[in-house]
Design a binder for this molecule. Structure first.
Ligand SMILES: Cc1ncc(COP(=O)(O)O)c(C=O)c1O
Length: 407
């Protein structure tokens, strides 16, 4: 098996650390950037950079066109019905804050319930906790099974006073690919919306928001080969129109008077201030890059790597390693969280770094899930289009060395 995308497209992957070639296995935290993204952004700054939606001079119009072309590109990537349903934000976290604040303030009341799951990233927990504090609503948590899936057996009672469901499509810790269909059906049967944290799914599998049937999704560009500082909130036009603006300021108004303001039509109503212009150009280049690879090929590649990694980790390390999440690799994307016997995850990560292998250690911004797993932290390896079997072989060899060093 080789990489899906040539490593040579990713300049950073050619560097060394501690005299070893770099093995980057932390793409779930943030992905590396291909030349195509770096060049598109460099070109924007060098040749047509100006603020958007304001100037009538040539480069301002070119910048505006590039920015709006990025919005169209995102709409095509996720099969949105309308380009105006694509709101640029700072990232998944900002998108979830927008939703929980604007939708929450219009819809949540004392005694209402917001249903999330025990495997959520804090980005889909804390904004809802804040919304609950503001409105008197409460959180209800969908539990997880011992194999790392959503346990929907008690859904009926969880949904009794529910006003919204907000869940992740893919767990950033367990790698579980959640089957969202029963939740979408349950939400719509009750006439309540369902929001999806797609931070770990949009980079790794094809997304069709119309087929998915959710009412809003959120994701970040930096996890899909794009730059930091930009993300997406997609929501149905009717939902975006019905909720109040989040941030106020320039760009998001159609009129401002001494006695008030009128918000601009969507999506600009949610675009207060100067947007991430060049970042949008980078996001578009990242989408072009991934689309050329084909999102189904991306998903297949990660399934194969996850299966190979689980097999190698279990056969080489045996009892010395505990892998969290679904035991069937086809039920997970390229994220593997684990515990190495008697070695703290931070020590694992540090020793692996000596071998040039980058893995994440910590609670992965999923402390409620850590409490359920009964661990303070895990180590996590995650794969993307530029990884291949040999990266996993290096991970396994470095883990073996780390275990021998500590135990
Ligand atoms: C599932 C999930 N949701 C939300 C986020 C937050 O993304 P960002 O930090 O880009 O806002 C992450 C990031 O790791 C994630 O994995």
């Amino acid at each position: 098996m080789s990489t899906l995308a040539p490593k040579s497209d990713f300049p950073l992957l050619s560097r060394e650390v501690h005299g070893k070639s770099l093995t980057y296995l932390d793409s779930a935290a943030s992905a590396q950037k291909p030349e195509q993204v770096l060049r598109a952004m460099d070109d924007a700054y060098r040749t047509y950079y100006a603020n958007v939606h304001r100037g009538v001079y040539t480069i301002a119009e070119e910048a505006t066109q590039a920015f709006e072309a990025a919005r169209r590109s995102v709409a095509r990537f996720i099969h949105a019905e309308r380009t105006s349903e694509v709101v640029f934000t700072q990232g998944t976290t900002a998108s979830m804050n927008l939703l929980s604040y604007s939708w929450g303030s219009a819809n949540l009341r004392d005694g209402d319930v917001v249903v999330i799951s025990q495997m959520e990233h804090h980005a889909n927990v804390v904004p809802w906790q804040m919304a609950c504090e503001r409105t008197g609503a409460e959180l209800a948590w969908i539990p997880i099974t011992s194999d790392g899936h959503l346990d929907l057996s008690g859904l009926e009672s969880l949904l009794q006073r529910a006003k919204v469901i907000s869940v992740t499509a893919v767990s950033n810790v367990l790698g579980t690919i959640n089957d969202l269909a029963p939740l979408v059906t349950a939400a719509h049967d009750r006439n309540i919306p369902i929001f999806v944290d797609a931070a770990q799914s949009a980079p790794h599998q094809a997304i069709d928001v119309q087929a998915l049937g959710a009412d809003a999704i959120a994701f970040s560009a930096h996890k899909l080969l794009g730059p930091t500082g930009i993300g997406v909130l997609w929501a149905r036009q009717s939902l975006l129109e019905a909720i109040p603006p989040f941030l106020g300021g320039g760009e998001m108004i159609s009129d401002v008077r001494f006695d008030g303001f009128d918000a601009a039509p969507v999506p600009h109503k949610f675009g207060a201030g100067t947007p991430p212009i060049v970042e949008a150009v980078g996001l578009r280049a990242a989408i072009d890059y991934l689309s050329a690879l084909g999102m189904d090929a991306v998903a297949d590649h990660e399934h194969r790597l996850a299966a190979y990694a689980m097999d190698r980790l279990q056969s080489e390390l045996g009892e010395r390693i505990k892998i969290f999440g679904p035991s069937n690799p086809s039920e997970r994307c390229g994220v593997i969280s684990f515990e190495l016997e008697a070695v703290h995850p931070h020590d694992v990560s540090q020793v692996l770094d000596e071998h040039g292998v980058c893995v994440r250690a910590g609670h992965h911004c999923a402390k409620p899930l850590m409490r359920i797993l009964d661990v303070p932290a895990t180590a996590r390896a995650s794969f993307y289009v530029y990884n291949e079997e040999s990266d996993i072989d290096r991970l396994v060899a470095a883990l073996d060395a780390a275990h021998r060093f500590f135990v």
